[in-house]
Design a protein around this ligand. Structure first.
Ligand SMILES: [Zn+2]
Length: 218
């Protein structure tokens, strides 16, 4: 089935249509990423994003629902940053996923202490533009990166961000990383250049065999 479920999701300014079969495959990929982070039933999880990222993030919402985790959400914007701080503390979050630079900017502007907001959260997954400032505050985030249409999720700090190779073909050439759908999807695209980074292959301590993207954060 290739009918698009929605056309509102985008990446790099282009539409990111998703078919029901794509959604199922992406949800299975999200399950594998959540497994590597040790997120399970009953865990309270805050996912930070914006509506144009729905094609990337809704599979994670569904994968969380399927395992009985408790999902909450906040916008990945400067204006909504206080919601991230409030929910992280009020939920007693086991994980905060996809923290971005805008939220860190907003927290700083509102006078929040990053260590106080995130320091007791077992899993903080941060976009590359937020990782450095979180580290400077004493938080040890894993990398969460939207690489074109794919979501790369690091299992533990420093290991590199896994891209699911059931769904995506990941290649490296001339210092750049490219991602392409491994099978037919509603998104018709060849390899997309997604990052100036490098790849590491081979088994990971988390048990995933999926390729790891290294060097997403300077
Ligand atoms: Zn791993």
């Amino acid at each position: 089935m290739t009918a698009a479920l929605w056309g509102i999701g985008t990446f790099d300014g282009v539409d990111f249509p998703v078919s029901p079969a794509d959604f199922e495959a992406d949800t299975a990929a999200a399950r594998r990423a959540l497994d590597s982070l040790g997120i399970s039933s009953g865990d309270r999880v805050l996912v930070i994003g914006v509506v144009s990222e729905c094609a990337h993030l809704v599979p994670f919402h569904e994968a969380l629902r399927q395992r009985g985790a408790i999902l909450s959400g906040a916008d990945a914007t400067v204006f909504d940053a206080p919601r991230t701080a409030k929910l992280t503390r009020q939920l007693g979050a086991r994980a905060v996923l996809a923290v971005n630079g805008a939220v860190v900017d907003g927290l700083a502007a509102e006078g929040f202490d990053l260590a106080e907001v995130f320091g007791s959260v077992p899993v903080v997954a941060a976009r590359p533009d937020a990782v450095g400032r979180l580290r400077d505050a004493g938080v040890a985030p894993v990398v969460w990166a939207h690489l074109g249409p794919a979501v790369a999720v690091e299992c533990a700090p420093g290991r590199g961000a896994h891209v699911d190779e059931v769904v995506w073909e990941v290649t490296e050439r001339e210092g750049g990383v490219f991602v392409a759908p491994r099978s037919a999807r509603a998104l018709a695209t060849g390899p997309c250049a997604v990052a100036a980074a490098s790849l590491e292959r081979g088994p990971c301590a988390c048990g995933r065999g999926d390729v790891r993207v290294m060097g997403l954060v300077a």
